[in-house]
Design a protein around this ligand. Structure first.
Ligand SMILES: [Zn+2]
Ligand SMILES: [Zn+2]
Length: 345
């Protein structure tokens, strides 16, 4: 008989206020193939997309693919068992899993090193069991080792907001002499500021919340421009203080912010979208480029973990018990979580 574990299980899509995640004792995942791993989870970040899955917002995208499901896709744990063919990971290693649980490794995207775009990708906590649990299965080719100087609670958010920030910043082509604007300073944006600074860019944060403005300055933003309701006022302030931007990255889920970001960059400039949204009034004759960005590849993940370890990234977190997942998600829904919430079994 399989050994058991505790997990917060979603059996029916429902509003988070009805506490749809139930603490249950379920079978520990089994190692099903030669490159499989079993991890004992030490930390799992709480993501807004977990909330979308639970409340049924993403049913139209086929997520979750089936019920019951254990959500959670930014997971760090210690390897407890390995499959017979595992070579790169040993029992006792600490590793992380990102939303990209696996990909086919054979299609044109996978062959080009863009496996985050694979059509056959499995997504942690959406198509396979996720990290709101004591144990999780993984595959050796899709885990990233965690250096000793990063604790598991601070490392976990690197595996979703971190990788999202890293890849979007990379797409914005930051460099010395270039000015990059970051719109939306929360779980993802606070990491993007630091990563863009590391590449030598001048970093301008745009946010509406006072607490995020203070945080942005503390994390090294060169300037913070308040963006409340008036787009015109924001653009006026931006032009006066900085001039137009070379590139902009949007993490605020708002069509109006996307439009503002497009208007904030120079002709020929680049806008990277790290959120879902609509592009209206696209100024074709200004030759601007709008790029989408989604999570990241295994190489991006390894590069980011290296940056986080040395020179070091400040990951702002608050810790909670796994059993508090419903309450934490309900607070997240009301925007009451300041930093990244992390669940610890
Ligand atoms: Zn996430
Ligand atoms: Zn593929």
């Amino acid at each position: 008989m399989a050994e058991k574990m505790h997990a917060m299980v979603l059996s029916k899509l429902a509003l988070i206020e009805s506490r749809p995640l139930k603490l249950m004792s379920i079978d520990r995942p089994a190692i099903k193939n030669k490159s499989g791993l079993l991890l004992e989870i030490e930390a799992c970040g709480v993501c807004r997309s977990n909330l979308h899955i639970i409340e049924g917002d993403w049913e139209k995208f086929g997520a979750p693919s089936s019920l019951p499901i254990v959500p959670g896709h930014e997971v760090v744990g210690v390897v407890k068992q390995i499959g017979s063919g595992v070579k790169k990971v040993r029992v006792g290693d600490r590793v992380g899993i990102q939303p990209l649980f696996s990909s086919c490794l054979q299609c044109e995207y996978c062959m080009a090193g863009r496996e985050n775009l694979c059509e056959s990708a499995e997504i942690t906590g959406e198509t396979v069991q996720g990290g709101y649990a004591e144990y999780i299965s993984a595959l050796e080719d899709f885990v990233t080792p965690i250096p000793d100087n990063l604790d598991s609670e601070h490392a976990a958010p690197l595996f979703c907001p971190g990788i999202t920030a890293y890849k979007a910043v990379k797409a914005s082509e930051p460099a010395a002499g270039r000015t990059v604007g970051i719109f939306g300073i929360g779980g993802v944006g606070h990491l993007a500021i630091q990563i863009a600074k590391m590449q030598g860019a001048r970093v301008i944060a745009a946010s509406r919340a006072k607490k995020h403005i203070d945080l942005s300055k503390k994390l090294g933003a060169d300037n913070v421009i308040v963006y409340q309701d008036s787009q015109e006022q924001f653009l006026k302030n931006l032009k006066k203080e900085e001039g137009l931007l070379d590139s902009a990255i949007v993490f605020a889920p708002s069509d109006k912010v996307i439009d503002t970001a497009i208007r904030s960059v120079k002709k020929g400039g680049t806008v990277v979208l790290g959120v879902l949204g609509n592009v209206a009034n696209f100024p074709t004759f200004e030759e601007k480029i709008v790029k989408g960005s989604v999570i990241g590849t295994r190489k991006d993940m390894a590069d980011l973990v290296k940056l986080a370890s040395d020179p070091g990234l400040k990951v702002v977190i608050e810790m909670h018990k796994l059993t508090e997942a419903n309450e934490v998600l309900a607070r997240l829904k009301k925007s009451k979580v300041e930093a990244r919430a992390v669940l610890v079994p």
